[in-house]
Design a binder for this molecule. Sequence first.
Ligand code: FAD
Length: 438
Amino acid sequence: MMKTTAVVIGAGHAGLAMSRRLTERSIDHVVLERGEVANSWRTQRWPSLRLLTPNWLTRLPGYDYAGDDPDGYLPAGSLVDVLARYARFAGAPVRAATTVHAVRTAPGGFEIQANDDMLHARAVVLATGACARPAIPAIAGAFPPSITALTPVTYRDPGQLPGGGVLVVGASATGVQLAGEIHRSGRPVTLAVGEHVRLPRRYRGRDVFWWLHATGVLAERYDQVDDLTRARHLPSPQLTGSPQAATTDLNALTAQGVRIVGRLGRVSNGLAQFSGSLANTCSLADLKMNRFLARADEWATARGLDGELPPPHRFAPTRVDPRSPLELDLSGGEITTVLWATGFRPDHSWLDIPVRDRAGHIRHDGGVVTGAPGLYVLGLPVLRTRASTYIHGAATDSEALADHLCSFLSSERRWQGIRSPRLPARWLPRPSDPATAR
Ligand SMILES: Cc1cc2nc3c(=O)[nH]c(=O)nc-3n(C[C@H](O)[C@H](O)[C@H](O)COP(=O)(O)OP(=O)(O)OC[C@H]3O[C@@H](n4cnc5c(N)ncnc54)[C@H](O)[C@@H]3O)c2cc1C
């Protein structure tokens, strides 16, 4: 059995960031990866995808974007190159093509079964991603088998779809992007819209992520967020990255010709039924967007930036067609494809340690797994700050967790079965100075 101090599972950006932090602290470790570095971006993303975060925000420990398009949005393929280069730069000891099948507690740490090998480590970091598999609602089972069903993982491009209408279920980042792309291919698209987060791509001449960063929203810590459970399950904002930095909200899709309907509620006798509360859902999203824009304006005024920035303004409310259908006949041939853009889930099914709550989520305190000293999780939404949801959040998260891991290793009390210590305040990330945003 191979013995090492720490095992990191997953060589996406989070696992690589953690590896770099462990190397900085001279902690010997291996990174186990079932595919290659950046496997999710190589195998689970559709080809036209671009990051919705601007290039200047794509940064990792020791890596800052240095290209000539800081305000652009990286294509998924280019991110693969960035992460492959980063793995070499960080000297990450990645064992590719190594699937972890089980992790168990064992005397002195953990046993990890990877391929046919057994490893022993004193600490384990789970960095297998928050979006390991598409979350498909049970209602999918009620769709007629004649309708082709796709997920963002199986979708490649509109050319793979049969002719005819497409129902896209879910209007977050993935849903709005794919609804637009499929509609541009000439297919009629119906988009089922539930709770969503509306944000403009740009506001007062700056990318919305500039505002989210500058106003301190992204730096809000997990222990300061009002409703943490809700924050961790918030849908992704209706943003896409495009060379034109276009806004892809529901108004833009309606103008393009996409038909907007309410949340898909149920399927009965071959009829898809949509919620009648579409107008309310959209009003709520508009309200929340305007609340954020007001916060941005207040911040700009307080900083004396009003003279430098274009004046504040508001976007048109979401237009909802009162004739929007409440039902759609799935057996009539109008819809030939359904695309489930209903979110993603992590997959820790191989974790053989009782650390999950009743909903199946790993219980953790800012990434320090509860009830399993030496076990850490990285890369989950709002893990330690709102930025944790995005690539750049792994920089501060990995630093705090690597510090905690170091202190765990040197703690003589670690074998006494006591709970993981709460992170002392000095390990918690400080909100960044908005003045240094960008
Ligand atoms: C469609 C989409 C678009 C996104 N766009 C953005 C964006 O624009 N900006 C942004 O900041 N974030 C974005 N995200 C969110 C997030 O940054 C990505 O999900 C990112 O890939 C997460 O990185 P990660 O390292 O946590 O996980 P991943 O990149 O998923 O890496 C996890 C790794 O673990 C490996 N693995 C999994 N299970 C095992 C196992 N049992 N054994 C061994 N290896 C295993 C996988 O092969 C994978 O390589 C997006 C997410 C999605 C789904």
